[in-house]
Design a protein around this ligand. Structure first.
Ligand code: ZN
Length: 67
């Protein structure tokens, strides 16, 4: 588990927690305000690219309801 640092959005207190708490709601130990743990700032790669849709050539007769 990796710890990462972030700031409380309410009191700007520097906090630290494990990255598996990302997205969880916690209470700031300083101001006691509940907030959602943000994603770690480091190594974040947000890719805003359209998903590449690959269609196998010659397989255009796929119908819905497969499996
Ligand atoms: Zn706080």
């Amino acid at each position: 588990m990796n710890e990462f640092k972030f700031k409380c959005p309410h009191c700007q207190q520097s906090l630290k927690c494990e990255d598996d708490l990302c997205g969880e709601t916690i209470a700031c130990p300083t101001c006691k305000t509940d907030f959602v743990v943000p994603a770690p700032q480091k190594k974040i790669v947000v890719v805003h690219m359209r998903k590449k849709i690959e269609i196998s050539p010659g397989d255009s007769r796929t119908e819905s309801g497969e499996a």
